[in-house]
Design a protein around this ligand. Structure first.
Ligand code: HEM
Length: 75
């Protein structure tokens, strides 16, 4: 039997820190660099990018947002 873990969503990343279960990462760059295990490949690929490419990716991640359009205040 596999153990599964539901990680938190990336929506609203720019306001959801500090990150990781113990809050040890305070920036988007730090949370990516905090990945190990199955996620190490993603971290290594991030670290191989140029600093400009890293900055573009981080800006993209921070831009992911959701606006509720239904419900008590949105309908
Ligand atoms: C560049 C790609 C990725 C980004 C931007 C990313 C982003 C994040 C963020 C922001 C968190 C913190 C969530 C929180 O504090 O509540 C997180 C945690 C986590 N991510 Fe990722 N992730 C990436 C790739 C991956 C991959 C490929 C895996 C697994 C194969 C993974 C597994 C996890 C796990 C298990 C946690 C929880 C770790 C902990 O709380 O200590 N991530 N990730």
């Amino acid at each position: 039997m596999y153990e599964t873990m539901k990680t938190s969503t990336l929506w609203g990343l720019r306001v959801s820190g500090p990150y990781l279960h113990d809050g040890r990462a305070s920036t988007t760059e730090a949370v990516i660099q905090g990945h190990e295990g199955e996620a190490k490949n993603s971290k290594d690929r991030f670290l191989k990018l140029t600093s400009d490419q890293q900055a573009i990716l981080v800006e993209f991640l921070k831009s992911i947002w959701i606006t509720l359009t239904t419900g008590p205040t949105g309908s």
